[in-house]
Design a protein around this ligand. Structure first.
Ligand code: BEZ
Ligand code: FE
Length: 334
């Protein structure tokens, strides 16, 4: 940038009181209204944070060193920044803002770092787990839209840990995918498969995020859960999970992912006549654990309308008048 082209006052002798407005001023030359707005708010909140906490140089350096360690811990299969965002509650917050769910639809939750792009495509009834030590689980689900219409051809990604609480990608000698699959819903919106009963497990805590959790006296555990991701053209991408009721970490998830609507009770296939149909239809024996769940997807249009309405009213409540650019708010200055 040519300094002679800058038409703002000289940036000199800046103080605790006026550094913020001047930083915002120099950034205001940015032609992209959304980037300009996001940076204006980021700088304002960061400066207020430093002023409010009376941040010391030593603490500021500790923070920078911590972020450097977070970066150094990232590899092709480990994303420590996402983990940091997860334990600070930011991941869940961004998902809730960007993928709002109308009443009656399935709520979203954190994606986590263990989704992969190499799961096998399975047919209805196949097993996703090769772990002989896992407790067998029959999973029977439906997927519908908000009007109750069955959705055919929804691509569903499913992933879970083995019985020791590790995802396949956490093994250095991983032979291939295990505990994961992709399948498609049938004409009645049904999909079903065999898996193992999820177990609680700790998030990776041998790096800087684990160190922070220990300093905060927080445990690293996630309650037992199974992940689901739904994709169908015209529908808002849904990333969610089902959690087992009664898990010791049900209300203290290290990454804040549990929502009451996603907590499920497992059933058991009975021996009696009443369960004969389920035994025959799914080819399972009495005593097998069963998870049943009905998922509800929202259309892209429903999600967009709700997101835009929420944006405008949330900012109005903060006394800001906004307009939307590509569905995202920027100040309405005219
Ligand atoms: C998971 O559920 O796979 C997960 C989510 C957030 C952080 C770590 C793991
Ligand atoms: Fe998980």
């Amino acid at each position: 940038m040519d300094p002679s082209q800058v038409t703002i006052p000289p940036l000199k002798d800046l103080t605790i009181e006026n550094i913020t407005e001047n930083t915002v001023l120099i950034n205001s030359q940015c032609p992209d209204p959304r980037l300009r707005y996001v940076l204006e708010r980021l700088v304002s909140h960061m400066h207020d944070f430093a002023r409010e906490t009376r941040l010391s140089t030593k603490e500021w350096m500790t923070g920078l060193q911590f972020l450097t360690e977070v970066g150094k811990t990232c590899t092709d299969v480990r994303q420590e920044f996402i983990l940091l965002s997860d334990i600070l509650g930011l991941s869940l917050l961004v998902d809730a803002i960007d993928h709002p769910k109308p009443a009656g639809s399935t709520e979203g939750t954190v994606l986590g770092p263990f989704h992969t792009h190499d799961p096998p495509t399975i047919a209805a009834g196949d097993s996703i787990s090769q772990d002989p030590a896992g407790e067998p689980l029959l999973v029977i689900c439906t997927v519908r839209d908000t009007s109750g219409q069955a959705l055919e051809g929804v691509k569903i990604d499913i992933w879970e840990t083995d019985s020791t609480g590790h995802y396949d990608v956490q093994y250095a000698d991983r032979q291939g995918p295990d505990g994961r699959c992709v399948m498609t819903s049938d004409a009645q919106g049904n999909f079903w498969f065999k898996a193992i009963k999820p177990v609680p497990y700790p998030i990776p805590h041998d790096g800087p995020v684990g160190k922070l959790l220990r300093a905060l006296r927080r445990h690293p555990y996630r309650p037992s859960h199974m992940h689901f991701m739904f994709e169908k053209e015209g529908f808002d991408h849904l990333i969610t999970a089902l959690y087992l009721r009664g898990d010791p970490y049900e209300s203290s998830d290290a990454v804040f992912g549990v929502k009451s609507s996603l907590v499920v009770d497992l059933g058991t296939v009975g021996e009696g006549e009443g369960d004969r149909r389920i035994r025959e239809r799914y080819g399972v024996r009495p005593g097998m654990a069963v998870l049943k769940h009905d998922f509800v997807l929202v259309t892209e249009m429903e999600a967009r309308e709700l997101r835009e309405r929420n944006s405008v009213s949330a900012l109005e409540m903060l006394g800001k008048k906004v307009r939307l650019v590509d569905g995202l708010p920027v100040p309405d200055v005219d």
